[in-house]
Structures are given as C-alpha cells and as structure tokens.
Design a protein around this ligand. Structure first.
Ligand SMILES: Nc1ncnc2c1ncn2[C@@H]1O[C@H](COP(=O)(O)OP(=O)(O)OP(=O)(O)O)[C@@H](O)[C@H]1O
Length: 534
C-alpha cells in the first residue's frame, strides 16, 4: 500500500516558560488523513505543543519556541492563530473560546468572519447587523449537521450546558473551508458517552476526506477506537510512538505514567442507619439543558451519595440549583435548617461547598496565585486564614496559614506547579481541576458537592482524586454529593447512587448494584430493576 503524503512534521521543538522547560525535543510526523492520538499525564506538555502549532499568544508572549514546523513541505512559524487558520489549521481548545452573549449560529459564523481573534462583543454586535443572518444560519446548520448532533442554532452560549458549548466550538471549526489539520484538545471531556461516540464517528469521516487530526484525550478507549497512531508524552518528551493495531490501553497507560496503574479501591460501606443531614423536596432548577423538575432526596450524614444519569436529564442542575448558581425553588433542609435558595454566599456560610463542572467559568480566579485561589472563598465567606486585630475590627491575611494550607493540598493531590505562588492560568487543565478541589477542601464544609470531579484528569491521577475524596469523607466526616456522568467512577466511590431522568429521581440503589440495573433506571425501565429502593 502506498504511504499517504505527509502533512506535518515537527523537528526538535523546545519550549520553556521563564526557564521552566516544558517541551524538550519533540519530533513527529503526521500524514494526510491520519488521526494521531496525543496522550500523557496532566502537565506532560500536550496543550503547550498544540498551542505552538496554532500560534497562540501564550507562546509568542513568553519568548516563542525553538525548532521547526513543516506544513505541506514548507517551513512555517505562526505568530497568531490567524496565521494558523489561514494555513488551514483549526483548533478546539480545552477552554471555550466562545462569545457568551451570542447564539451558536453567531459563534460558528463570526469567528471565521472576524479579523481579530480577541475582538470584543461590541464590535461583533455592530458587525452582526451588517451580516446576512439567514445565510449565516444556513451555514451554521450545515456545520451542525456535519457533526450530527442535536444543537439549537438559536441558543445563546451563556445559557448552554457545557456539552452544547463544546459542539458549538467544533461546529465552528467544521464550518471553515480548506481545513487541512484539526487539533482537538480534550473535546470529549465535557461530552457524554453517546455524544462522544457521535464526535468520534465524525472524526473518522473527516479523516477519510483527507483532513488530518491531532486528538488529545484522557479517555484511552477513544484513542483505541479512532486513532491510527498514538504519541505518548511524559515530562515534556515523547516517550513512545505506537501504532494503534499493535498496542493496547494497558501498554499506553504504562508508557504514560511509567508504571502499572492501580485501580480504585471499592467502597463497600452500608450505613443505612445514619441520620439524615439534608432533605431535598420538590426541588426545581431552571438550568438550561439540565432542567430539574421535581427532585426529592434524603441525604444521610457521612455518606457519599452519587448522582448519575444521562446528559440533559437534570443531574447537573441539582447542585447548581442548591448552591444558587441557577434559579431554583422547592425546599432544602440542611441539618434541621431550611436553606435559603438562590443565594450562593449564604450556602457557603451554612457549611456547604461546591466544585462546579465548569472549571474555568465559576471555578477559578485565573490571574491569581494558587494560594489566593485555594484560600479566597474561605476568607470571604468564613473569615478563615485571616488574622484579627482590635477585637476583629481589622482583619489581615494570615500569609503563613495560607501558604501552609495551599502546600498541604499541592502535596496531597500531587498538583504539578512551580510553587504555591504560581498563577492558576499557568497550570495544565488537569492540575487546575485539582486546585478547584483544594479550594473546596479548604472551606472544610459540612457537606461538599462535586460535579464531574475527574474531568480532564489523567488515568493515573484519577484514582488519586477519587481516593482523596474518600479520604476526606472518612477523615473529616464530611458528607459528599458527587455528580458524575461516569457510572463506574460513581460505583467505586459512592455508598448509594441516585439516577436522575427527566428532572426527577428515577431510583436510588446501593453503589455495588450491577451497572445493568443502573442502566435500566437511566433509560426509564424502572420495572426491570431487581434490588434497592427504586
Ligand atoms: N502560560 C504558562 N506559563 C507558565 N507555565 C505554563 C504555561 N502554560 C503551561 N505551563 C506549564 O507547562 C506544563 C505543561 O502544561 P500543558 O498544559 O501543556 O500540559 P498538558 O499535558 O496539556 O496537561 P493536561 O492533561 O492537564 O491538560 C505545565 O507544567 C504547566 O504548568
């Protein structure tokens, strides 16, 4: 068989951020129509390498890079994403680069019309009036159809659940003409299994039409399903290059972390006699795409209660509603006292904490240090990590306490950073997720809600994060409500799992119940379930 022509070659790529070397000597080639998987632990350097290929300002503003990139036989050096776009490279980033106040159609079409990558909404607003909206909608719908998903072209980005935002990003790239290379940085992290499957199929179609794809994901099953070859990165180097047909998930994992990865120990606790700590009755939450209609739940003190279900059924709406991030109604009683809904600050004061699934949107203060991120909410809501003078009249940051608590969680969660003073935006995605957890732990809540806690976390660190939640639950006695789209992760971490369908509780089963039974609840076949409370 003839080898496909080469599209891309990277030769001796090196990158440091102010002396911190994050890419050492990267060499690889990519053929036309080939899908290359890029895997590695959190902080291995995957996103940095892709940002170089796409001419991102994080790279140009930090001294550029060394080495050569050859595209279609010509040496290229992109100073801005526009240079990369003009050369036929598209990229879907880990963080969304959408305009929140505009619809999917506008986002899909505007970025390709735009002349300035970071152009403000005001300018877009004016431009919008002069554009042919009917034509734009038609093209956006074409791109959405290419992807094969159920996405409303009219929905405004700020009201979309994360999965829809991701599809808008991908549709935007698909609407570009003359695309040669598509870079997808963890595109499936915010998608459900079914949505991810759709995306993988589209990727295969695109590759068959001659477009090359670089695909970063922590879900190794997806790598095996769709890639032709796999590059494994560790600590800024390429550790191995594997052909899909000659490798397996175990070998890839071992290459990534340099050791065999231990599974997560199973939770076999049954504490049915524990008293109730939270009672949720007739809860409704107006979270677009994750509407909660009528949820009734009793949470037991000291347990880890899992909340699962298919995307769009309302599981994400529950913690978001209780914590006041979306409009909610109904009654929530916590430790004998009714929680005032729609007031996030009051919830924090009552001893509730929430790690959102939307890490960048509500999770982090990106321009601030890790110390500030970990301690800020506790300082603001609970007067923690403050020194008080004159009977509390004057409060001042307790720098030593702040440093200590941040360092404690950097060690426990193995957060990869240069120091606790580093800015949050400089951390890799997975390590940012760990900071979100540290921030919640630092609040020492009586009840902690976590939503998609392992999103973007590598296979090695996943067990670490789940074990950290269990340890925190056992040692501090904190009750945890964990929302996740990964049933297996719920089954190994929780005591009981409630499945949400159509905005209501379809049933609650002990975590050790078989996946099949949970599956029945998810698809509304309650009658098929044998055991549990239903
Ligand atoms: N703007 C920046 N300034 C300083 N350091 C940075 C910056 N961007 C990334 N880094 C560092 O470069 C290293 C590699 O990060 P990168 O985001 O490439 O990792 P990754 O492999 O994509 O990880 P993840 O799987 O968690 O997304 C990390 O140690 C990170 O802290």
């Amino acid at each position: 068989m003839n080898k496909a022509p080469m599209l891309l070659q990277a030769r001796g790529i090196k990158k440091d951020f102010f002396g911190n070397v994050v890419l050492k000597d990267i060499n690889f080639t990519l053929e036309k129509g080939q899908i290359m998987g890029l895997v590695g632990e959190n902080g291995a350097g995957k996103s940095t390498l892709m940002k170089i290929l796409f001419g991102m300002k994080d790279i140009t503003e930090t001294g550029g890079y060394q080495g050569d990139i050859i595209l279609d036989g010509e040496k290229v050096h992109f100073e801005t994403p526009f240079d990369a776009l003009a050369a036929g490279i598209g990229m879907v980033h880990q963080e969304f680069s959408l305009l929140p106040d505009f619809s999917s159609t506008e986002n899909i079409q505007l970025n390709r019309e735009s002349v300035n990558y970071n152009v403000t909404s005001e300018i877009f607003g004016e431009r919008l009036n002069t554009l042919n909206k009917k034509e734009m909608r038609k093209k956006a719908v074409e791109a959405i159809n290419k992807l094969g998903v159920d996405l409303s072209p009219e929905m405004v980005v700020s009201e979309m659940p994360v999965g829809h935002k991701q599809f808008t990003e991908i549709s935007r790239e698909l609407s570009r003409e003359k695309m040669k290379l598509l870079i997808l940085d963890e595109p499936t992290a915010v998608l459900t299994e079914k949505e991810a499957e759709t995306l993988l199929k589209t990727m295969r179609k695109l590759a068959d039409s001659g477009i090359s794809i670089i695909f970063i994901t922590h879900r190794l099953g997806e790598i095996m399903e769709v890639c032709d070859k796999i590059l494994v990165m560790r600590d800024g180097c390429i550790i191995s290059e594997l052909e899909k047909d000659k490798t397996n998930v175990r070998e890839i994992t071992k290459a990534m972390v340099g050791r065999e990865v231990k599974g997560i120990s199973e939770n076999k606790r049954e504490n049915s006699d524990a008293p109730e700590i939270m009672n949720i009755s007739h809860l409704w939450v107006n979270m677009p795409g994750e509407i909660v209609r009528d949820v009734n739940l009793s949470v037991k003190k000291g347990e880890i209660l899992g909340i699962g279900g298919l995307a769009g059924q309302g599981k994400l709406g529950i913690p978001n509603g209780i914590m006041g991030l979306y409009q909610a109604g109904g009654k929530v009683i916590f430790d004998g006292k009714e929680i005032q809904l729609n007031d996030a600050k009051l919830c924090l004061k009552e001893g509730l904490a929430f790690v959102s699934e939307d890490r960048r949107g509500v999770g982090l203060l990106l321009d601030e240090s890790l110390e500030w991120n970990v301690s800020f909410t506790a300082m603001q809501a609970q007067d923690k990590y403050l020194k008080k003078y004159f009977n509390g009249l004057i409060k001042w940051r307790d720098q030593k306490a702040i440093e200590e608590v941040t360092q404690k969680y950097i060690d426990e969660l193995q957060i990869k950073c240069t120091s606790s003073k580093q800015k949050a935006k400089e951390l890799s995605g997975g390590n940012q997720q760990k900071i979100c957890l540290a921030k919640a732990f630092a609040l020492e809540p009586r009840l902690l809600m976590v939503s998609e806690p392992t999103r973007g976390i590598d296979v090695g660190a996943k067990a670490l994060v789940l074990e950290a939640l269990k340890k925190y639950n056992q040692e501090a006695g904190t009750t945890i409500i964990m929302v996740s789209s990964e049933l297996e992760e719920l089954r190994t971490t929780c005591d009981r799992i409630a499945i949400i369908t159509d905005g209501k509780v379809a049933g609650i089963l002990p975590a050790h119940t078989s996946s099949e039974e949970f599956g029945y609840l998810m698809v509304g076949a309650k009658d098929m379930v044998k055991e549990g409370e239903k």
